[in-house]
Structures are given as C-alpha cells and as structure tokens.
Design a protein around this ligand. Structure first.
Ligand SMILES: Cc1cc2nc3c(=O)[nH]c(=O)nc-3n(C[C@H](O)[C@H](O)[C@H](O)COP(=O)(O)OP(=O)(O)OC[C@H]3O[C@@H](n4cnc5c(N)ncnc54)[C@H](O)[C@@H]3O)c2cc1C
Length: 485
C-alpha cells in the first residue's frame, strides 16, 4: 500500500508530490496525460510547441518557492525576466509594466493630468498591504493551519495585518475611490486588467485584500520560463522520481473508493491502494471519481461554476516575424469601457527567438481570454459553438488592432475552448482559474485545508490559496505537510 496517491500532475499535484517525496513518503503520482503541468504545461502539435494556458509566473526570486525547489533539486530550468514584464496596449496608449512598482508609478505619472500625489499615496498603501500578505506566498508553513512558531510570526506581524481589516468585504474599486482616483482612466484600466487575470474579477467586483495582494503579481519574482512552463513541470516530475517517488503518466484515475485504512484507486490500467489520496482535480471531477453526490462539495462546486472558462488562440509565427526577439507578454484591450472578457481583453505571450518552439526557428504565441461560464451554460450546444467562434473572432480582431505585428507573421493557428480544457485536463465543463474572488466574506472560508473525507484531500486552484501556478504549488506543498504528518 502506498502512503499517498496523488491524482493529477498539475502544479497542485506536483507541489504535493515533491514535498512528500522530499519527506520520504511512499508516494505515487498518477497523471492522465503523457506530460505534466495541466493548465500550466507545454504541448507539442506537429513541429510547434505551445504553452497550454499559463505563461507568466511569479515565485522565482531567491527564497521564493520555485527558486527554492530549483536550487534544492538542481532543476534544469532557465528563467528570464522580461523587460517590461508586460506591455498593456489600448487604442490610445501603451503602458509598459516592469518588475519595479516605482517604474509603473513613473509611467502612470506621465499621463496628462495624472494626480501624482494621490497615485503615490495609493501605491504606498497598496504596497504595504501586499507586503503583509505576500510572505504567505513564499512559505507554506505560514499558511493556516500553522504551528506555534508560525503563530508567533503572525502575532508579531499583527500591526501589518490590521490595516487590511477595513477592506475586508469591500472591492478594489472602493480602495481606488478612497484615494480619489476614480476618474484616472489609465489606473482603472491597469487594475481591471491585472485583477481579471489574477483574482478573476474586475476591479469593481474584486475582494480588496486579495486584489491588493495579487496586484504585486508582476513585482514578485515574475519570470518567463525558457522553453515553456512544461520545462519546470517536467523537472519537478523528475525530482519526484529521483527522490524515490513513483510517477505514472498516461494513467487516468477512474474511481476512488474507501477501504479499511485508506483508499482504493482504480485507474485505466488497474488498481492501487493508498493510505491517503490527494486529488488535484476540480470539485465536479472529484464527485465523478467518488461516484456519489458528495454533497460536502456543493458550496465549492457552486463557487467554481460561478467562474470562468478560457478561449484560446495558439499561433505559430514565421521565423522572420517582425516581433521582438526576446520572449514577451502583451495585454491587449480593444475597448477600455467594455468588460475585460470575451476577446475584448487578450493576454498574449510570445516565445523568444532562441526557444526553438516552431519549425525552422518559428515562434509561438499563446493568447487567452475569459468567458463567463454561466452565460455559456445557458446556451444550446449549437449556440455555444457560435458564441465561441464569435469570441475567437473578437480575439483575432483585438490582436490585429493592438498587435498587428503578430497578425502579420501568423502562419499557423489552433484554437481551444472550455470543451478543450474539459477534455485535455479533466476539468468537467472547462472551468479554469479557480473561483473568482468577488467581493464577500465567503472568500475567507476554506483557508484551513481539511480532508474532504477521511484520508482524501483536495489541491489545485479550486481551493485556497488557488488561482495561479505559484499558489496551486504552494497549496499542494501545504497539504502535503499535513498528509506527511
Ligand atoms: C488560459 C489560462 C491562463 C493562465 N495564465 C496564468 C499565468 O500566466 N500565470 C499563472 O501563474 N497562472 C495562470 N493560470 C492559472 C494556472 O494555470 C492554474 O491556476 C494552475 O495551473 C492550475 O493548476 P491545478 O493544479 O489546479 O490543476 P490543473 O492544471 O488543471 O492540473 C490537473 C491535472 O490533473 C490531471 N487529471 C485530471 N483528472 C485526472 C484523472 N482522473 N486522473 C489522472 N489525472 C487527472 C490533468 O490532466 C492535469 O494535468 C492560467 C490559467 C489558464 C486556464
């Protein structure tokens, strides 16, 4: 019997597997696909290599989680700090966002009529609030539940946490208003863009403490992974193996059933038994594996299903494309007055010329946009197809208007929709990115990981801290420490 079986090698499962393997726990990691990483993987189609979803990652500065794993296990992973990290392009202006908050402040200050003092006050306050929370993203031990030492650390930090309290249950837009910055459009556009891709909500909807912390996403060890994020996922998988953990790819789990002292895990190829199971799947998928209604997952399922799907364009560019040679990332907005979804906002990542991601030195682009799943669900299957095609057309239009150099160089094109995510990464319905952090106290539930059933745990972006590659890896590592105990 294994000590622990992990279902899924997304970053939640990888973080858990590596942590357990480091502790000498007898672990088996079961992944349905023939490569790891899930929504943060790199896949091959013909001669092209694309990032499937996630393309820009924090946590690589010294002392941060990915940097620690890379150093400790000598992972062969090269990262680059794009400069700027992201370029935000609208019809009227372009805002380079570098890894330094002060640069962003300086750029915003150059807009005509920019309210300098208020902007400075806004970012000073945001940065101190983000500082208070980001230590949690660097060290799983500081996430709840924590031991006596961590409790003391938190108590010592209480004065830093207290200023967050007035913002609990309020939106990021409320925080902007409190600084008298409502009318300053470039800031509003920047915040809508960054909130949509981090906390999965517009600034008007986002729960302020979460949004204020994740506003630092670009400033906290943010990197492009050379060759694609699959390089890190594969390196973590190899590290699990090197530590004695077992990894089985192309082995999808079909059911989970409790047995005396553990769980029976039935896979496409047979059965195994494990004392504990960590499921790196969304709640509806876990229901499917358990084969019952799993009413204890009702609340979580509703929250995930109130969220988003992704529509994707994967583009192959000619070798002589007139785009910057380095890997770079663009946030493209067609109309700043419409919601940053459905092709009106496109996050576009272009591989570097030195990454060998296309035939004859061709480059690849992963472009994504959010689609509201409740609206999609309400449509008939035929209408859903038309809707997705419409969103893909809107994405192509936004790219053509804001990044014509990409359109001009495109020689190859693939698309994906929520159905693709459902099929390839086993997320029924195609829900991605975790539950939106819309304003409300329910965001603070579920911060203490606990087993769904005795010996059965969940990791991934559906559960706290969720919602990014770093956060899912961190959540996986945290759950692993509880299981390992
Ligand atoms: C379009 C898009 C863009 C994003 N951009 C970014 C970004 O730039 N930066 C960032 O940090 N985050 C980004 N994210 C978010 C981030 O990618 C995800 O939050 C994170 O990767 C999710 O990891 P996970 O462990 O929850 O699950 P997943 O990535 O979904 O992994 C689950 C794994 O489990 C496997 N699996 C499922 N069912 C079974 C089964 N029955 N048996 C065996 N295996 C199974 C799947 O094949 C998959 O490999 C993005 C997400 C999307 C969709």
């Amino acid at each position: 019997m294994y000590d622990c079986a992990i279902v899924g090698a997304g970053f939640g499962g990888l973080g858990a597997a590596l942590t357990l393997a480091e502790r000498g726990v007898r672990v088996v990691l079961l992944e349905a696909l023939k490569y790891p990483g899930g929504c943060a993987s790199t896949f091959t189609r013909g001669a092209w290599r694309f990032e499937s979803g996630a393309t820009l990652f924090s946590g690589f500065d010294d002392g941060q989680l990915f940097a620690r794993w890379i150093a400790r296990h000598h992972l062969p992973v090269e990262t680059r700090v794009p400069d700027p990290i992201v370029e935000l392009r609208t019809a009227d202006w372009c805002l380079p966002i570098s890894a330094r908050r002060d640069d962003l402040l300086a750029h915003l200050g150059r807009f005509p009529g920019a309210p300098h003092d208020r902007l400075r006050a806004f970012f000073a306050r945001q940065s101190s609030l983000a500082d208070a929370l980001w230590s949690l993203f660097d060290d799983p031990a500081l996430l709840p539940p924590f031991g006596a030492r961590e409790l003391l650390t938190h108590l010592a930090r209480t004065p830093r946490y207290l200023p967050l309290l007035p913002w609990v249950g309020r939106s990021l837009a409320d925080f902007v208003s409190a600084h008298g910055l409502d009318g300053f459009v470039p800031l509003r556009v920047y915040l809508d863009a960054v909130s949509q891709i981090t906390v999965q909500a517009s600034a008007a909807q986002a729960e302020a403490p979460f949004a204020l912390a994740t506003m630092d996403y670009y400033f906290r060890g943010t990197r492009h992974v050379h060759g694609g994020i699959g390089m890190l996922a594969t390196a973590m998988l190899d590290a699990v193996r090197a530590l004695g953990g077992e990894v089985r790819l192309s082995e999808s789990v079909q059911s989970l059933a409790p047995i005396a002292g553990g769980w029976r895990v039935r896979t496409r190829r047979g059965e195994i038994e494990a004392r504990e199971v960590i499921a790196n799947v969304i709640p509806s998928a876990l229901r499917g594996l358990l084969g019952d209604e799993a009413r204890e997952l009702d609340g979580l399922t509703r929250r995930v299903e109130g969220g988003w799907g992704a529509v994707m364009l994967y583009l192959g560019l000619a070798r002589d494309a007139a785009v910057r040679a380095e890997a770079h990332h663009l946030e493209l907005v067609d109309d700043v007055d419409r919601a940053f979804i459905e092709g009106n906002h496109v996050f576009c990542s272009i591989s570097g010329a030195d990454e060998a991601r296309g035939p004859d030195g061709g480059r690849t682009v992963t472009a994504s946009t959010h689609v509201p799943m409740a609206a999609l669900r309400a449509l008939s299957p035929a209408a859903q197809g038309e809707y997705i095609a419409g969103v893909q057309a809107a994405m192509a239009r936004t790219i053509e208007r804001r990044a014509p150099e990409i359109t001009a160089a495109t020689v190859h094109r693939l698309t994906a929709s929520p159905r693709t995510f459902a099929r390839f990464v086993g997320r029924p319905g195609g829900y991605v990115g975790g539950p939106p952090r819309n304003r409300g106290l329910d965001n603070y539930q579920g911060m203490f990981p606990s087993p769904v059933r005795p010996g059965l745990w969940m990791v991934g972006d559906s559960v706290f801290p969720g919602q990014s590659t770093l956060a899912t890896a961190l959540g996986g590592a945290k759950v692993a420490t509880l299981v390992g105990r």
